[in-house]
Design a protein around this ligand. Structure first.
Ligand SMILES: Nc1ncnc2c1ncn2[C@@H]1O[C@H](COP(=O)(O)OP(=O)(O)OP(=O)(O)O)[C@@H](O)[C@H]1O
Length: 429
């Protein structure tokens, strides 16, 4: 657990970047710091690993004041990921990831083995291990940045806008990878972003800051979206707050109609009778997989459904997806209804527009809603790479030898790994 206890940061020019901040970052969870530019997110983050020292107040790491721990020791237990990865351009990917273990005195082979294991874990093709950073896409570089931060298995990870320099598709896949990794690793993560969508997708808890380093609200995403503390938070959350809130409401309670599913072998006349006034039927194959919609008014007098051209459909996974996912599925169907499927893709029923209206009315009537889990909307985007990111500048001063001794304490290592050997990183105040 990380505890901020009345923490203030006043820079040398008098700027109060963080003002009397008190909050707790629970162990094993992702806490996101979000807010407009200049509101003190980065300063707050960097006070945890003492790259910046607080002017007043205390930051406790599992009950121990970080000021009592010398910075290099403190940072050994804290991984650090920054925007644009900050990889060392003259070191191969594997050596970039092995940097921190080598700084910690690991034997070279062990450090490289660990690096390879981590590269695999963050979803990188091991063929990339012997390349240099400029030979990777922006998204791939960012994965390397995450692998490097995890290399020494620190219990705490600080992530400062780590995904903001990549395109939206790559960004989505990096976010999903982080959630997948976190489900395995249970690190205590503090994640800084200015993007509220990213915050509610990744955060177990979201801290909204306002300029001047004030904490405006700290809550889980569903509560934040349902009950913003004041006008500033409401405005920051944006106009589509209501829609986004549906991502945190499970679609499990939506009433489903199995009677509107018809096997493709059904003859048209009996399908028509079965519809009993409903305008659309969902046609399924012999294995119950959805094939498409048929409009009852277009049914011929004879023949089976197999001979008909079917209209496109959208599905959601009953019991897993959110109400937002279910609504999205209705928008992919001319019928205005959605097909609910099980985890194997078999249709289990139809969510009619009427049933969704009922579910929406229930959400509108409640405050908070039932949490549907993080990023509950289905339909993950899996593609990676493609964005030929610029060669990264950070760390360019690093030596190319990569040896533990010579690298220790270099300014670039201190900056982009957070593992400086000497003092605090308050430079630039
Ligand atoms: N070294 C410094 N000296 C003086 N003022 C500083 C220094 N570093 C940051 N600040 C100021 O402190 C305030 C908070 O900065 P900080 O970088 O923590 O904000 P942020 O929320 O992370 O912003 P962004 O989203 O733009 O990165 C800003 O007003 C900034 O100008």
């Amino acid at each position: 657990m990380i505890t901020f206890n009345g923490v203030t940061k006043r820079y040398a020019d008098g700027t109060v970047a963080v003002d009397n901040l008190s909050l707790e970052v629970p162990t094993g969870e992702i806490t996101v710091f979000v807010g407009p530019s200049g509101c003190g997110k980065t300063t707050s983050l960097r006070m945890i690993n003492r790259m910046i020292d607080a002017t007043e107040g205390r930051i406790l790491l599992d009950g121990v004041d970080v000021k009592t721990i010398d910075p290099p020791t403190l940072r050994r237990g804290i991984g650090y990921v920054i925007q644009q990865a900050g990889l060392f351009p003259h070191r191969k990917i594997v050596d970039n990831v092995a940097t921190v273990p080598l700084l910690l005195g690991w034997e070279r082979k062990k450090a490289r083995d660990r690096a390879m294991e981590l590269l695999e874990r963050v979803g990188l093709d091991l063929k990339l291990a012997d390349r240099y950073p400029f030979q990777l896409s922006g998204g791939q570089q960012q994965r390397v940045g995450v692998a490097r931060a995890l290399a020494a298995d620190p219990p705490v990870l600080l992530m400062d806008e780590p995904f903001s320099a990549v395109d939206p598709i790559v960004r989505t896949s990096l976010q999903e990878e982080l959630l997948r990794l976190q489900a395995e690793l249970n690190k205590t993560i503090v994640f800084v972003t200015h993007d509220i969508d990213e915050a509610v997708k990744l955060g177990d808890r979201v801290a909204v800051f306002r300029v001047g380093g004030h904490l405006a609200q700290l809550d889980d995403p569903a509560t934040l979206l349902a009950r913003p503390a004041d006008d500033f938070v409401r405005e920051f959350l944006g106009r589509d707050r209501g829609i986004r809130r549906l991502s945190f409401v499970s679609a499990e309670g939506v009433r489903l109609r199995a009677d509107l599913l018809v096997p493709v072998s059904t003859d048209a006349a009996s399908a028509s009778a079965r519809a009993a006034g409903e305008p659309w039927l969902a046609v399924v194959d012999a294995g119950s997989r959805p094939l498409g919609w048929v409009a009852v008014k277009d049914l011929p007098e004879s023949g089976t459904l197999a001979e008909l051209e079917l209209a496109p459909y959208g599905t959601f996974v009953s019991g897993r997806d959110s109400l937002r996912g279910a609504l999205d599925a209705t928008l992919l169907s001319p019928s205005g209804n959605a097909v609910a499927v099980d985890g194997e893709g078999r249709a289990v029923g139809v969510a009619t527009r009427e049933a969704l209206d009922e579910a929406l009315a229930e959400v509108a009537g409640s405050v908070g809603g039932s949490a549907g889990g993080k990023g509950g909307v289905g339909g993950s985007v899996g593609s990676v790479g493609g964005s030929g990111g610029p060669v990264r500048g950070a760390g360019s001063a690093a030596g190319s030898s990569g040896s533990a001794g010579s690298a220790a304490g270099s300014a670039a290592d201190a900056e982009s790994t957070g593992l400086g050997a000497e003092g605090t990183g308050d430079a630039g105040e």
